[in-house]
Design a protein around this ligand. Structure first.
Ligand SMILES: [Zn+2]
Length: 52
């Protein structure tokens, strides 16, 4: 089962889960790099508000 995963920080589609993952509200988010992950960790709501 393949699912596209979006890095919500830089808005890049990831082909597969990366080790740069972060869980919030029971949902796991994946990021292309540790840098995107740390940005999300600091302001998750900012990035979750930017949909589409
Ligand atoms: Zn990224």
């Amino acid at each position: 089962m393949k699912k596209n995963i979006k890095d919500v920080v830089c808005r890049t589609w990831l082909k597969q889960p990366t080790k740069n993952s972060f869980e919030k509200d029971g949902k796991i988010f994946y990021f292309c790099s540790p840098r995107c992950k740390s940005k999300f960790e600091k302001e998750p709501d900012k990035y979750l508000a930017l949909k589409g």
